[in-house]
Design a protein around this ligand. Structure first.
Ligand code: GDP
Length: 369
């Protein structure tokens, strides 16, 4: 008879069924040999983005089988997934097609589903408001419906966002702060947040939301101000460029490192009860401070290289006082960020210097940024 350490698991990862395994249980026989390490299966919708790829790496390191859903052809080269190519399975499905979601859920039988599929660059949501609503709002409903039909025991994570607080009267924001979104992205995300709650309440689904504040990494696209600045500082320090155009330098954000934030996503789904959690650093910094820190890291004075371009100023659409109180996550999830603001800026700049040195990033694109 096998001797069990922790919880028994007699299925192999490939034939495990949802509900009959624990992630870290190890069964050993009388001689102490471990016949198999059990695994949970996670389905990540929107796996190819910054968060999806970082979350995949975390889940793989936790012994999960990771299955990803992408919109494009699965033969597309997904740069963020390069480090784990061959260790994950990809499926093509569309969050606007409930049938395709039912198919992928039935085929993969996941224990956990992470919904990270959504456009994420806020200004773009003014140019594509309908598409944003379809993906960030209606798509969540399609996914919840598909889960309800295929297996209502699946644990569901919804990528909620600080944009749902918009023009908040409460500073800092908590899970109880009323929603007041002001951008098409924020409005769509508010719908996604509320429908997740409503399915939890109405059908008893294990459906949780992580209300994540800005979280960055070298995998952030260059449209975002963090990467725009770190990339510019790196390029200027290497003599590839001389200046960068920015919008509102006084804008403040609660920035954190995406690697820390995907750990929170995973912890959210390990709780006994489904719930909502604010995930934030609790501190804000201005774009000016960001530029100053990034340029200083490569020995440059930011004021000599940054110019303000009025067309990049967001005006009424700008958010103010968006800062999160993550006390609940810190107490209940045991979560806290490991990388602070200075550490984040340095990490971003170092990664861009490295990429540009190795010419992984084509210099021709610099003029367009
Ligand atoms: P967001 O908070 O998700 O919209 O993340 P962004 O990185 O796009 O913007 C963060 C903040 O930086 C916002 O308050 C912007 O107004 C401000 N910002 C200032 N200059 C720029 C710029 O050149 N590009 C972007 N994307 N944001 C800028």
């Amino acid at each position: 008879m096998p001797r069990l350490q922790g919880q028994a698991l007699l299925r192999t990862p490939s034939n495990a069924r949802r509900g009959d395994v624990l992630p870290h249980a190890v069964a050993s026989d009388d001689r102490g040999n471990v016949p198999c390490v059990p695994s949970k299966r996670a389905l990540i919708i929107g796996i190819s983005g910054q968060d999806g790829s970082l979350l995949s790496e975390l889940l793989l390191s936790e012994g999960y089988e990771v299955i990803g859903v992408v919109r494009q052809s699965t033969s597309t080269r997904f740069e963020n997934l390069e480090p784990i190519r061959g260790r994950i399975e990809l499926h093509q499905a569309d969050v606007l097609s409930e049938v395709s979601l039912v198919d992928v859920l039935s085929a993969s039988e996941p224990h956990e589903v992470y919904n990270l599929a959504s456009p994420s660059f806020v200004p773009m949501s003014w140019k594509q408001p309908v598409l944003t609503a379809e993906f960030a709002a209606v798509g969540v409903t399609a996914l919840l419906e598909a889960i309800r039909r295929v297996d209502d025991g699946v644990r569901f994570y919804q990528a909620s966002s600080s944009e749902i607080f918009g023009e908040s009267r409460e500073v800092p924001q908590t899970e109880e702060t009323p929603l007041a979104p002001v951008t098409p992205y924020g409005v769509a995300k508010a719908y996604g947040h509320l429908i997740t709650r409503s399915y939890r309440r109405q059908y008893g689904l294990y459906a949780s939301s992580g209300i994540l504040y800005n979280h960055e990494s070298p995998r952030r696209p260059l449209d975002f101000v963090t990467r725009k600045i770190s990339h510019a500082a790196a390029a200027i320090s290497l003599g590839l460029k001389s200046e960068v155009l920015l919008g509102n330098l006084d804008a403040r954000r609660d920035w954190g490192y995406a690697g820390d934030y995907v750990r929170a996503m995973w912890l959210v789904l390990q709780q006994d009860e489904a719930d909502d959690f604010v995930i934030a650093s609790g501190q804000t910094h201005s774009v000016r401070e960001l530029a100053e820190a990034a340029f200083a890291h490569v020995g440059l004075d930011w004021e000599e290289h940054v110019r303000v371009d009025d067309t990049l100023i967001r005006g009424k659409a700008e958010l103010h006082d968006i800062v999160g109180d993550s006390s609940k996550a810190r107490e209940q999830l045991g979560w806290s960020p490991r990388v602070d603001f200075d550490g984040l800026v340095q990490l971003l700049v170092d990664a861009d210097v490295e990429r540009l040195r190795s010419r992984a990033e084509p210099v021709e694109t610099l003029a367009d940024i």
